[in-house]
Design a protein around this ligand. Structure first.
Ligand code: FE
Length: 351
C-alpha cells in the first residue's frame, strides 16, 4: 500500500516537474519583445512577422501617437514593460532621450549600416537612438502662380514677393521646430528670427491642420506655396481617391537649398527603452530593422526612404521624385535646437 502510494506520489511529482520544465522551456522558446510604436502602417505586419520567423521572438505592440507613448512611458517609469520605443522626428527622439527614456547601445551592425548623422551621438556607451527611415521637408507650389527660379531655398519663403501666399502648419509642431532648429544651426538665431518674421508676414492664413492640409491649400488655390514632409505628398500621389491624386499631380515641387547645404532631412527611428526587460531581444530587433529587407518594409510603410544605402525601394511614385542633395546636419543637433526654435517662433509671433 505504502509502495503504491509512494509510486503515485513520485509520478505526480515527476509530472509536476515536467510541467514546470515545459513552462520554463516555453518562456525560453517563445521570448517576447514589447514594442512601443508611434507607427501603424500596413507593411508593419509583415515587418514584425518576418522578425518573429527569423528569431522566434514574438512582438507585442503598443501603438499610440508620439505624445501619448511618451506620456505612458513617463507614468510607467521603472515598471515599464517597453523594450523598444519607435518615434517620428528627431525632435521627439531627442526629447525622449533628454527625459532619460532610452538606454545606450553599442552595435557594430548599426554603426556600419546607419549613417552617423542619422543617429544620436555615441557617448562612449553607444547611441541612444537610431534613424531607420528618412523623410525630407519639401516645398510644393502652384505652377500657375509661382516661377520656380524665385523659390529654390527655405530662405525664399520670407521673400516679400510671396505676401499672402504661404501655407504652413503650426510652427510649434515638431516638424517645424526641427526645420527651424536646422536653420538656427546653419545661420544662427538672428538671421533665422528675421526669416521667421518674414514667413509670418507672408502667411495666407493662420497656421492650422497638418501637412496634407497645406498641400490641399495650394491645390484649392487658397495659397500658392506650402511646406510638407515628403511622405504626405507621396501618399496623395498614391491615393485611392482620384481627386487627391490629381491635386498632388498638378503641383510643382522644390527640394530646397540644392545649391547650398541641401534639403532638410529628418528621420523616424528608435532605441532601447531604459528599463527594457528583454534587452537581448531589443538589440536583435534594432539590428533586424537595419537589414536590407526590413529597411524596405520600414520605409515603404510610410512612403519614406531607407537609411541604409542600397536597400530596395518598391515605390514608383517615391522613386519618380528622384534624388536630391540632403542636408548632412546631425539629426541629434536638430533635435537639441528645438528649445531655441520654440523661443524664436514665440518672439516672431509664429503660431
Ligand atoms: Fe507625419
Amino acid at each position: 500500500m505504502i509502495r503504491i502510494f509512494s509510486f503515485l506520489l513520485l509520478a505526480a511529482l515527476q509530472s509536476l516537474l515536467a510541467a514546470q520544465t515545459a513552462q520554463a522551456q516555453s518562456v525560453v522558446l517563445n521570448p517576447v519583445l514589447n514594442l512601443y510604436s508611434a507607427r501603424h502602417y500596413q507593411t508593419d505586419e509583415a515587418l514584425y512577422n518576418n522578425f518573429t520567423k527569423a528569431t522566434g521572438i514574438r512582438v507585442q505592440r503598443i501603438e499610440a501617437g508620439d505624445e501619448a507613448l511618451l506620456a505612458r512611458l513617463r507614468s510607467e517609469g521603472a515598471n515599464s514593460p517597453a523594450d523598444i520605443i519607435l518615434l517620428t522626428d528627431a525632435s521627439r527622439l531627442w526629447k525622449a532621450q533628454s527625459e532619460g527614456l532610452f538606454q545606450p547601445l553599442q552595435s557594430a551592425t548599426l554603426e556600419r549600416r546607419i549613417p552617423v548623422e542619422l543617429r544620436s551621438r555615441d557617448t562612449g556607451k553607444g547611441s541612444e537612438w537610431f534613424g531607420f527611415s528618412r523623410r525630407a521637408r519639401m516645398i510644393v507650389y502652384d505652377k500657375s502662380k509661382i516661377s520656380p527660379d524665385q523659390l529654390t531655398r527655405y530662405e525664399d519663403l520670407a521673400n516679400p514677393a510671396f505676401k499672402g501666399q504661404i501655407c504652413v502648419r503650426s510652427a510649434s509642431h515638431p516638424y517645424m521646430l526641427s526645420l527651424i532648429g536646422a536653420m538656427i544651426e546653419h545661420q544662427g538665431e538672428t538671421a533665422t528670427e528675421t526669416w521667421a518674421r518674414g514667413v509670418v508676414a507672408n502667411l495666407a492664413r493662420v497656421p492650422r491642420g497638418g501637412d496634407t492640409d497645406q498641400i490641399k491649400g495650394v491645390a484649392s488655390g487658397e495659397c500658392a506655396i506650402a511646406l510638407t514632409n515628403s511622405y504626405y505628398f507621396v501618399r496623395m500621389l498614391r491615393s485611392k481617391d482620384s481627386s487627391e491624386r490629381e491635386s498632388a499631380q498638378k503641383l510643382g515641387i522644390v527640394w530646397p537649398n540644392q545649391a547650398t547645404r541641401g534639403t532638410h532631412v529628418n528621420i523616424a527611428g528608435g532605441g532601447i527603452a531604459r528599463f527594457a526587460p528583454h534587452r537581448d531581444a531589443a538589440v536583435r530587433f534594432l539590428e533586424y530593422l537595419a537589414s536590407d529587407a526590413a529597411q524596405s518594409f520600414f520605409a515603404e510603410g510610410n512612403n519614406e526612404w531607407p537609411v541604409v544605402v542600397g536597400a530596395a525601394l518598391n515605390n514608383p511614385e517615391l522613386e519618380a521624385l528622384g534624388t536630391f542633395k540632403q542636408d548632412a546636419l546631425s539629426v541629434e543637433r536638430i533635435g537639441q535646437a528645438q528649445g531655441t526654435a520654440q523661443r524664436l517662433i514665440d518672439r516672431a509671433g509664429w503660431r
